[in-house]
Design a protein around this ligand. Structure first.
Ligand code: HMG
Length: 386
């Protein structure tokens, strides 16, 4: 039975900063950010947005009335959880008006867990091929003002419907997972910003990619030319280049050059929003499908990485008319507006975070469909704006 990704949709905030401006403000060369790191813009998160509002906004774009009837499960993959106990999937299920006879859970393993969610969803659909599973990867990447990680922040959500006979990508059965206890990036329960050993994390990432790729090759006998493109978790676009070049080395063959061109296509959207943590790989897939040279029948490789650390390499086959089942990311990105660095810093410091007080946020000025109005008696208040 063919199982895979049937639909994909993306949502981010409507504000961004220009990273050249951030570089100048931080006393860095703009080229370091745009070339050395490979990022042009970064999503700015107003306090009225979080993983619930972003996740609901992405999911709302793809769920038809008919889709809602077949949905058995909602899985939210995130490392930006808003509660240590209650799953964000329950808030999202409510905002989307889904049937009460639906399972709703949250998964965590840094940037990797959306991939686990997809694999679990595949199992659920195999058991009941009439049913579908909604996997939402939603995160806010936050390192702190004036830290080396600041330029690699970002935010957004990718929602994916997993079904039998999918319209976008049929997932192949061979998949390689690789896990080791590594302290490259982590966030203790008392912290709102991540701790990171930045350079070490990039080396661990590359090592995990090569381990997974080599094992995948041993298991399948497939070579690079069996793929139309490889896609990567993109914490920043240069990271994908580092991983691909570690594989290609000085290979200048047409296949290697094609992989480099396809990588550029897959990096386009990440350049504009930054790291989405769990969603980054999947925004990269959307970027490839909307900007790359790909056709139905092509095999795409996916490398998922989450610090801590876990990697997975797997593959899928593109389906006819796949392009019709993706939300319009270009339009969303074009409709955002730029804010100043001072405004970004103000918003960065206005998040609810660990605040325990009752708060009413300035939600009227947020044009998003779903908003966080504030919190009362330790409960977050969400609303869909009609
Ligand atoms: P840094 O120390 O500020 O930067 O931090 P740098 O000095 O290493 O410079 C970066 C690059 O810019 C270098 O290129 C420089 O040569 C170049 P590279 O050697 O890397 O190819 N450069 C310039 N290029 C052009 N013109 C110039 C110029 N100046 C310098 N004038 C770092 C960089 C990525 C470490 C930092 O931003 C950071 O810590 N980021 C967060 C960690 C991260 O994203 N790690 C990625 C792997 S781990 C992962 O992907 C998981 C993650 O998503 C979390 C999760 O799983 O939940 C992060």
């Amino acid at each position: 039975m063919k199982i895979g990704i049937d639909k994909m949709a993306f949502a981010t905030t409507d504000e961004y900063i220009d990273l050249r401006e951030l570089a100048r403000e931080r006393g860095d060369e703009p080229d370091k950010y745009t070339i050395g790191i490979g990022q042009d813009r970064q999503a700015v998160v107003p306090p009225t947005q979080d993983i619930v509002t972003l996740g609901a906004a992405a999911a709302k774009k793809l769920l038809s009335k008919d889709d809602k009837k077949h949905l058995s499960t909602v899985i939210v993959a995130t490392e930006s959880g808003i509660d240590n106990s209650k799953a964000s999937a329950i808030y999202i299920k409510h905002l989307l008006g889904l049937d009460d006879f639906t399972r709703a859970v949250e998964l965590k393993e840094a940037c990797y867990s959306a991939t686990a969610g997809i694999q679990f969803a595949k199992g659920l659909v195999a058991m009941n091929p009439q049913s579908t599973v909604l996997v939402i990867a939603a995160d806010i990447a936050r390192y702190g003002l004036k830290t080396p990680g600041e330029v690699t922040q970002g935010a957004g959500a990718v929602a994916m419907l997993i079904s039998a006979d999918p319209h976008i990508l049929t997932l192949e059965d061979t998949t390689v997972s690789y896990t080791k206890d590594v302290m490259d990036f982590w966030r203790p329960l008392y912290a709102t910003e991540a701790n990171v050993d930045g350079k070490y994390s990039t080396n661990v990432y590359v090592d995990f990619f090569l381990q997974c790729w080599q094992r995948y090759q041993q298991m399948t006998g497939r070579q690079l030319d069996d793929f139309a493109a490889l896609t990567f978790h993109l914490p920043f676009t240069k990271m994908g280049k580092k991983a691909l070049e570690a594989l290609l080395k000085d290979n200048q063959s047409p296949v290697a050059d094609k992989m480099r061109e396809q990588l550029t296509a897959s990096q386009k959207y990440c350049r504009e929003v930054g790291n989405l943590y769990t969603g980054s790989l999947y925004l990269g897939v959307m970027s490839l499908l909307q900007n790359g040279q790909v056709n139905p029948g092509d095999r795409i490789g996916l490398f998922s990485y989450g610090s801590g650390a876990e990697g997975e390499f797997y593959s899928g086959i593109l389906q006819p008319h796949f392009e019709k089942y993706l939300s319009d990311v270009k339009d969303d990105l074009a409709n955002r507006h730029q804010v100043s660095i001072a405004e970004y810093e103000k918003q960065f410091n206005s998040q609810l975070g660990m605040n325990q007080d009752d708060v009413e946020l300035d939600w009227q000025s947020d044009p998003a469909l779903f908003i966080l109005k504030g919190q009362k008696e330790h409960k977050r208040i969400y609303q869909e704006k009609k």
